[in-house]
Design a protein around this ligand. Structure first.
Ligand code: SAM
Length: 274
């Protein structure tokens, strides 16, 4: 890196993995094998890219920082199955990438994500229904706990419900801050989201379901009656009767509700206003 005059950009979340035990594990547990195509987001100097290329049929890696391209040409020169796209992943049409590079293959996503865009990237991949088998990513330890939290537990948040709507998330293994250069201020975890063929529940209106989920978690210390009447601009009476119709106490808090209860409540409110 010093030969290339490279300096780390904090703004781009550049903490590169230097512990050699980590990337083979991510590639292996992420399901990269001779029948799969792998998408990587954020290559750094290509440590994970190389492990994916050793195992997968093809790798497409998206990296925003053009200063890394000449470095990657060197570090990945032995591989002929890697395509690097020098672009912002949030502006990349990943459906088109899959159609162009991975026709007829199962596809997995593996990444050590830039922490500043973890949630937008994950939600983007899931909401756009990217046709992939799984998404295996390194995220901050706290984000991992939130993303993988079960409904009706203390750690659950709107993002946990959203992730669980589309996938089955699990924590794979922890990674200490000393495994990175430069070392970040936080520890990390690798998590895997196995993408579901059909969503976990089947609400009448998906957009409205997510509006109810976000609304219910909008003020963590308030009950769903208060949260939902203010976030949906409906009367307390309307929310109260929807709760009664599906047997949910209106003084419950969002973190006490199961996925099924979110679905019933969203359907009840939706029916009452349409
Ligand atoms: N995979 C490498 C590793 O594990 O050592 C690098 C991981 S580092 C945490 C995140 C990488 O994502 C950096 O190389 C950074 O330049 C890149 N990056 C940041 N924002 C990006 C974006 N919007 N699109 C694509 N890559 C991005």
């Amino acid at each position: 890196m010093s030969r290339h005059g490279f300096t780390f950009s904090k703004a781009l979340g550049q903490n590169f993995i230097v512990n050699p035990g980590i990337c083979p594990k991510i590639a292996e547990m992420g399901g990269a094998n001779e029948n799969t195509g792998a998408i990587e987001i954020g290559t750094g100097v290509g440590v994970l890219t190389a492990e994916l290329a050793k195992r997968a049929k093809k790798v497409v890696a998206i990296e925003l920082d053009s200063r890394l391209i000449p470095v990657l040409e060197e570090t990945l020169s032995e591989f002929s199955n890697i395509t690097i796209i020098n672009q912002d992943v949030l502006k990349t049409d990943l459906h088109a990438v899959i159609a162009e590079y991975f026709a007829g293959m199962d596809v997995v996503v593996c990444a050590n994500l830039p922490y500043y865009i973890t949630s937008p990237i994950l939600m983007n991949l899931l909401e756009s229904r990217l046709p992939v088998k799984s998404i295996t990513v390194m995220v901050q330890k706290e984000a991992a706990a939130r993303i993988c939290a079960m409904p009706a537990t203390r750690e659950v948040g709107a993002v946990s419900i959203a992730v669980r709507y589309y996938s089955e998330p699990k924590i794979l293994f922890p990674v200490s801050r000393g495994s990175f250069m430069p070392a970040p201020d936080v520890d990390s975890c690798v998590i895997k989201l196995d993408v579901l063929d059909t969503p976990a529940v089947n609400p009448i209106d998906e957009k409205f379901f997510f509006k109810v989920v976000r609304g219910a978690f909008s003020q963590r210390r308030k009950n769903i009656l208060n949260c939902l009447s203010s976030s949906l601009s409906l009367s307390k009476q309307q929310i109260q009767s929807a709760c009664e119709n599906c047997g949910i106490p209106s003084n419950a808090r969002a973190e006490q509700l199961t996925m099924e209860q979110f679905k019933s409540l969203s359907d009840e409110i939706f029916k009452s206003i349409n």
